[in-house]
Design a protein around this ligand. Structure first.
Ligand code: URA
Length: 432
């Protein structure tokens, strides 16, 4: 193998590496033959110099080859659809999309992850449901999808081990927000998990890794190209993360909001995103419907109660209690009120995500325990009118002290102006 220092140097100097060189480096790292410090230096060189599309594909391919792959389509005898979000604040989309898609008769088997930084993770949200078990073997996953149409599990240790190792290193070396590295990380997991068609929700805004629409477009095009090379259908929806998605931010609070949405009682922006994603997923499935029909089927599943029924069946199948009263509740609930009349001109997502993290809803260190009950509920969102003294948000906390600190952070996230801001849709663009 070419000495890693030589590869680092060439990448540092902006040269293009051969596919075999990238594959060797990644696979040797996973075997333990290359130390963290050299891969960290390589990642920083990539961060500054970028990767060509051939290099990005080579990285993705090597990551897929670092572990086992699953052919879910063959195991289920059906075309399998999957979704993934690049990560945001209040993003509980999978919890609503999964049951709706399953209620429409399309198998939904998803491997989800934990929260990263200020962005929440589906597994953490699911863990707030008492008894819920997400460590299923591949055989159990397949059996459950056959029986109930839906399973959401943690990524197995054998699936893309390179991503686990590289991600942990990126997280502590300030090399997360690079288009090629994010694209390879996400697409390697989706390809290895065996979905035939994938809907990618690329978040854009202050609460997302991609801060601008232009960067999100590049990430979307990169992931679509990786999907095509692996013969998967990929659609990217670029969605607004300049304010939290929906109202709830925090694990059990988000589960409640997802269930309310399955009953047709969810916040408007979140409901729109969920139905849009379901329309895409059903159109990519083997149902033989187009996007419009897919969306209508999804709306009908919400309206006739079959989406909530699918949620309850699924949660029970994974050992959980679907009763909302079983979800943990925080001891202290404190209100954040408007200091004057006006319109919410801005509700920054990042400070709300950080406030929830500081309350204990997320982790500061990799192995920190999280408190599933705590978080923030944003009762007013961009464009809403408010009167002085009216409630803007609720803080759900473990103590008065933590609630007061979070209330200050959340109040600072709100900008109240005299005029309503220009409206901005939740789905900014669809590519693919
Ligand atoms: N989500 C992932 O799975 N990987 C990244 O690199 C960023 C977001």
């Amino acid at each position: 193998m070419i000495p890693p220092a030589e590869l680092i140097q060439r990448k540092r100097d902006g040269k293009e590496l051969e596919s075999e060189e990238i594959a060797e480096l990644v696979l040797a790292y996973v075997r333990g033959d290359v130390p963290d410090y050299q891969v960290a230096a390589f990642l920083m060189a990539v961060y500054f110099q970028g990767l060509s599309s051939a290099e990005t594909f080579a990285l993705t391919d090597a990551m897929v080859r670092s572990g086992e792959t699953i052919d879910l389509g063959a195991a289920l005898g059906r075309r399998v659809v999957d979704k993934h979000s690049t990560g945001g604040v209040g993003d509980k989309t999978t919890l609503a999309v999964g049951p709706i898609v399953a209620a429409c008769g399309v198998p939904f088997a998803k491997m989800s992850g934990r929260g990263l930084g200020h962005t929440g993770g589906t597994l953490d949200k699911l863990e707030s449901i008492p008894g819920f078990r997400f460590e299923l073997t591949t055989e159990e996953l397949v059996r459950q999808v056959q029986a109930t149409g839906l399973a959401i599990v943690g990524q197995t240790a054998d699936l893309v081990p390179a991503d686990k190792m590289l991600y942990a290193l990126r997280d502590v070396t300030a090399t997360v927000d690079n288009v090629s590295l994010i694209a390879a990380s996400i697409m390697s997991k989706k390809i290895a998990a065996g979905a035939d068609a994938i809907v990618l929700d690329v978040k854009v805004g202050d609460g997302a890794f991609m801060k601008t629409l232009a960067d999100a477009q590049v990430l979307a095009e990169t992931m679509i190209a990786l999907g095509r090379r692996a013969e998967r259908d990929v659609v990217c929806v670029l969605t607004d993360m300049d304010q939290p998605l929906g109202c709830a931010v925090g694990n059990a609070l988000e589960v409640r909001e997802a269930v309310a949405t399955l009953r047709g009682e969810g916040p408007a922006d979140f409901t729109e995103l969920v139905l849009d994603a379901c329309g895409h997923l059903l159109a990519l499935s083997d149902l033989g419907v187009d996007r419009g029909e897919g969306r209508r089927l999804a709306e009908a599943a919400v309206a006739d109660g079959s989406a909530v029924a699918a949620y309850e069946r699924w949660v029970r199948a994974q050992g959980g209690d679907p009763d909302e009263d079983a979800l943990p509740k925080a001891t202290f609930v404190r209100e954040v009120v408007a200091l004057h009349d006006g319109y919410v001109g801005r509700l920054a997502a990042l400070p709300v995500g950080l406030a929830a993290l500081h309350l204990g809803a997320g982790r500061r260190e990799k192995d920190d325990p999280i408190d599933h009950a705590v978080g923030v509920v944003c009762l007013k969102k961009r464009g809403d009118s408010v009167a002085e003294g009216e409630r803007l948000a609720e803080i759900h906390a473990r103590s008065e002290r933590e609630a007061a600190a979070a209330a200050d952070e959340v109040l600072a996230a709100y900008e109240i102006g005299d005029e309503p801001p220009r409206s901005r849709p939740i789905v900014l663009e669809t590519i693919g």
